[in-house]
Design a protein around this ligand. Sequence first.
Ligand SMILES: [Zn+2]
Length: 289
Amino acid sequence: MPELPEVEVVRRGLERWVTGRTVGDVEVLHPRAVRRHFAGGVDFAARLAGARFGTAMRRGKYLWVPLNDASSSLLGHLGMSGQLLVQPQDTPDEKHLRIRIRFDDSLGTELRFVDQRTFGGLSLHECAADSMDGLPDAIAHIARDPLDPAFDDAAFHTALRLRRTTIKRALLDQSLISGVGNIYADEALWRTKLHYDRPTATLTRPTSAELLGHVRDVMTAALDQGGTSFDSLYVNVNGESGYFDRSLDAYGREGEPCHRCGTPMRRRPWMNRSSYFCPRCQRPPRTAS
Ligand SMILES: [Zn+2]
C-alpha cells in the first residue's frame, strides 16, 4: 500500500506535470473508480471537463488538485494499488486503466488513473469553508500529517494524554495524525524503544516529542530515497515499492537480529496487520490492553 512518502512523490509529479493545464475530455472506464463521486461517472466527467488544474496538495495519503478558483477540487486516493500516470497519448492503455483525463493543450500527454484492485479512486468535492488551499470538504476531518509545517506538536501530545488508547493505534488514527502507515509506525516505535501497546496516557512530553521526531526522520528518509522516481514523465507509485527495504529496522524483520541489541525481532498479529518489534528494546507495558 502506498504510504505518505510515495503519495508525496506522486504529488510532486502532479505539481510538475499537470499544474495550470485545462482538462479536455474525461473517460471513466470503471464505475468503482468514481464511487466516492456520488453523482456518478457521467457527472464526474462533465464537471471536470474544462476545469483548470491548480497546484496539487496532499494531506496524509490524500491528494487533491484545486480546480479553477479553488471553489472545488479533484480528490484522489490511491487505495492499495492506485497509480496516477502522466503518459504520452499514444501509449497503449494499461490493463487496469480506470480513468483517463485528456488536456486541452498540445503537450501530448494525458493523466491516467490505473488501479488493479480499485480500492482507490477520484472524486470531485466542494472545498471546506475557510480552506486556503482548496481542501476538499470530504477530508476536512483528516488531521495534518507530521511533515506539514502547520502540524501542532503540542496539541498532538495533549491529545495523546487525553485518549484512552495505545500508541500504535494513535499513530494510525487519521483524526489525530495522518499519513503514518503500519511500516512507519513500527519503525518509529522501534527507534523510540516503545512497545506498540503502550497506553498513550503514560507518555511524557519528551517521549512523544522523540517519537514525532523519529516519525519525521523515517518519512523524510523514505522521501529522499523515493524522490528521484518522479524526475521523468512518470507520475508513478507502485504499491509494492521497495524504496525502503534496505533501511528498515523493524518492519518485516521477524527472527532477524535487532539492529541495536541483537535480540531476534518478533512479529505479532495486530488489528488484521502485523507489528514488528524487539522484545528487549521495546518492553510491553505492565498493563497491556
Ligand atoms: Zn533490541
